[in-house]
Design a protein around this ligand. Structure first.
Ligand code: NAD
Ligand code: GLY
Length: 373
């Protein structure tokens, strides 16, 4: 299947609000500066509702106190739990720490969880919210570029299993997404680059004009120019909201958001979670998937080179680790898009258009040989 691009919107205003349209699970995505001090929970917080901020040991000292202060205006009680930091902790044992805390302190089913952090915290908090007392509400407060442009939007929640990435989880939508661009000020450069991988993703799969815009602004984005970041977050969220609004539970179209992820997840699992950042693995995975698109005769080599050049300019690896073709194929068969043991890849079939394809193992092995060191 292929899609036509959703319409882009005019330049950013100080607070931009997008709607993700999912019937009774619809919600707003707020994007702007200084939002952390203005989180308005009035429409879902109440004198009787309690809140737990779920964050990690890196983000807590930076932002938890500010969020706790503003939420105290809307909830009867606000507590914070700081989990250990890292992809390696996106697991059952760490998830259980959230349940232990909720139960120990007697949080009831009207509790609202706030995910304050990157995609790891967002995915785990969302999954905890989906499970605790069979479901409590949660709000995404993403503080990485990757989380602001992708993981906080759309309701995919999960933890990893040693056998595969994000294998245990649920679709569970938040009440709201509040993306404060100022939180990106404290993000390490390597994490900005990782986030740019998911920004770049939206170009080849849905909007070739956006790809051209990113090419023109990649240096400004890496230098954290606020206007450039604001537009990148907003356009990424517009595209993601459009895709998720059409296919919330990934029966088809939503799979395009996984461009580069089949190779990328194999890199993450193969090296051990946390060795490469998720965005680094996805960036390199997109280069490999673009190369596979060429070898399948879908696009010309120049378009794949264009993607690889941009990934490189974003400060991301363009060659994968040499795990061997057999190991890559073994890891990729565990992918959620696989059917009856057959791997399916998101491939580019025209600039700004993507769809799911099967590919011969031999062709995939050729790409792995060509694109790993
Ligand atoms: P992350 O959550 O590990 O955050 C990256 C690092 O930045 C961490 O060390 C974190 O503590 C730190 N950090 C966060 N905010 C900071 C800030 N403002 N200042 C300084 N440091 C800060 O990684 P990520 O890249 O945000 O997310 C990756 C995860 O997201 C992966 O687990 C991936 O599977 C998941 N993901 C989920 C979806 C989805 O749709 N649910 C989509 C894409 C990715
Ligand atoms: N990041 C993939 C998805 O949300 O579907």
């Amino acid at each position: 299947m292929s899609i036509s691009s959703p319409n882009p919107s005019p330049p950013i205003s100080p607070l931009h609000q997008l709607r993700i349209d999912l019937a009774d699970r619809s919600y707003d995505i707020q994007i702007g500066c200084g939002l952390l001090d203005r989180v308005c929970a009035a429409d879902f917080g109440s004198a009787s509702s309690e809140a737990l901020i779920v964050t990690n040991t890196t983000v807590a000292p930076l932002y938890a106190e500010r969020l706790q202060r503003v939420l105290a205006n809307h909830h009867a009680r606000v507590h914070t739990i700081a989990l250990p930091d890292g992809e390696a902790y996106k697991d059952w044992a760490t998830l259980n720490l959230i349940f232990d805390r909720l139960l120990r302190d007697g949080f009831d089913r009207k509790t609202v969880l706030y995910a304050l952090g990157g995609g790891v915290i967002g995915d785990m908090t969302g999954f905890a919210a989906a499970c605790y007392m069979r479901g409590v509400a949660y709000v995404q407060v993403p503080t990485t570029l990757l989380a602001q442009v992708d993981s906080s939007v759309g309701g995919k929640t999960a933890i990893n299993h040693p056998a595969g990435k994000n294998m245990i989880g649920a679709f569970y939508q938040p009440l709201r997404v509040v993306a404060d661009l100022d939180t990106l000020d404290t993000l390490p450069d390597r994490e900005i680059s990782a986030g740019l991988a998911e920004v770049i993703k939206y170009g080849p799969i849905a909007d070739d004009d956006f790809l051209a815009w990113i090419e023109q602004h990649i240096d400004a984005l890496r230098a954290r120019d606020k206007d450039a970041l604001a537009y990148a977050v907003r356009r990424s969220c517009e595209i993601k909201a459009w895709v998720v609004g059409k296919d919330e539970r990934e029966s088809g179209l939503r799979a395009i958001l996984n461009f580069g992820h089949t190779f990328g997840h194999a890199i993450e699992a193969g090296l051990g979670f946390g060795t490469w950042l998720h965005g680094e693995a996805v960036g390199c995975g997109m280069v490999m998937a673009a190369e596979l698109s060429v070898r399948c005769g879908l696009i010309d080599a120049a378009y794949a080179q264009r993607i690889a050049r941009l990934i490189d300019r974003a400060g991301l690896p363009t060659r994968g680790p040499a795990l061997g073709a057999a190991r890559y194929l073994e890891l990729m068969r565990v992918d959620k898009k696989s059917e009856a043991g057959q791997i399916r890849f998101v491939l580019i079939d025209a600039p700004g258009h993507a769809s799911l394809h099967r590919a011969d193992d031999a062709l995939v092995a050729e790409v792995i040989e060509a694109r790993t060191v």
